[in-house]
Design a binder for this molecule. Sequence first.
Ligand code: G6P
Length: 609
Amino acid sequence: MCGIVGYTGGREACPVLLDGLKRLEYRGYDSAGIAVFNDGRVAVHKAAGKLSVLASALDGVQLGGSIGIGHTRWATHGRPSDENAHPHVDCSGEIVVVHNGIIENYLSLKEDLVARGHRFTSETDTEVVAHLVEEAYDGDLAEAVRQAILRLDGSFALAVMCRHEPNLLVAARRHSPLVVGVGSNENFIASDVPAFLAYTKRVHFIEDDTVAVINRTSVEFRGLDGRPIVNNVHEVEWDAAMAERGGYEHFMLKEIHEQPVALRETMRGRLSSEHADVALEGLGLSDEDIRSIDKIVIVACGTAYHAAMAGKYMIERLVRLPVELDVASELRYRDPIIDDRTLALVISQSGETADTLAGLREARRRGARVLAVCNVVGSSVARESGGVLYTYAGPEIAVASTKAYTTQLMVLALIALHFGRVRGALTPDRDADLRRMLWTIPEQADLFLADYGDLIDCAERYHNIGGFLYMGRGPNLASALEGALKIKEIAYIHAEGYAAGEMKHGPIAMIDPTMATVAVSTKGRTYEKVLSNILEVKARMGEVIAVAGRHDEEIAKYADHIIRVPETDELLSPILNALPLQLLAYHVAKFRGHEIDQPRNLAKSVTVE
Ligand code: G6P
């Protein structure tokens, strides 16, 4: 997830671009850059670090020019650095490109381009686009961009300029957001509306596989076949703050709703619609390495630890390797048994959590190979690990983690499938079934998020309850723990997450009408057992909210309220079960009138011990 902007009109471009980028900083903030045309020259300025670093460097510089493009980056390919910051240029420096998305086939494209003599100056996937446009350019930039994108697999929103057509911006998109703002004698390109809301509220929302040809007085759209497309202008009503959150009241709600896209991005290039084998670029482990491991130790904190717990069930069942789990603050002090046949799996959204980093270093010191599951490219965890599998969730702004969690689960499922296959622990049928089900998870997440009105009623009913007990079994013990954590984090209601079978050993004493129980009741190995655990709660006058499958008729006999989620394999169900649990916490907190995105006493990234 990055932010792109473009401007052409009567104003000086640089301040308009910087202003737009500022409003898109929530989409990425590890480096930034702009390119502006003036006097027949393209001036490119870029810098690693927050946008303020670039803005300071440009302070007092007279760039002139009234057309340009800009970018704020959230690294996916290539660490955050000046060289990897956008815009990227072709060999001649005459074609400039900014990009949001992931070009899946960039490695093979790059090999071809290098073989034909192109010189690359960055590690990014984006740079191939500049060189592809250069090859296709024959005096018509829009046509060259169209030809270039025909060769791209993956996702992109692009803005492109060329020195030979100094009044023109060309934009294109596939699976990454892109809007065009229409002003009077000026036009804008952006990843998202807030970038230009201060100048215009008139917007073209662009469909996939569209090329937009923009100058200061006109905007035209073409399809991949080069034919014109009609696209009507819409008038948006949001204020700037609302627009930054995509029309959502809080970042947390926006991020919950971004999960289908984040899950798709995380799957992209790793799993295919043909459901062939899983491809894990960046893994840093050969098949031989995978076969030589005799134990996996997972290190994480907070929500990432809950993802680790579900991962343990996936890996043990599908790979038949023992998995130990540790919160990082324990691992570092407990003298763990780790050696060179151990794989340390380190899970962290930020990649900067102090305890997690210390756990990683401890595992390395003892000879373990380290594989990270991380959301921030170039973070300390990513840099210090032998291999990294990124969760392509984009920046997570709300303190309570949502999309990072579900994408971590997605990566863990991919690891389990890959390792299971390499170690011969998975039958081909089971392997194929799970890959097929994993592939449909983003679609199922979309389906759930399209309609959850009952859940809001449920949140209203319980928002003043004295406490919550969350119970689950198997992989959904992780769901119970994560559901309880979400309620604690933002609703400030005491909640416990418990293994449902353990309720009778203590927590059941707490059951009375002031305590609600959330039972994660997914069909699977222990479904009947969870039903018995629900009966135990009901027998003590406890109210039960069940999270259950769409087609589960049985559950209606047991629970007071049922939140229904699409069905999948039990091992993958924590991904979908996370959605109602996140939303329940969100709406309970909202009914209680809390500050949701920045809850009291918490920090997004805990960089001290
Ligand atoms: C903090 C955040 C949590 C997060 C945990 C681990 O406590 O508030 O949301 O799960 O740190 O963070 P990490 O960045 O390592 O995943």
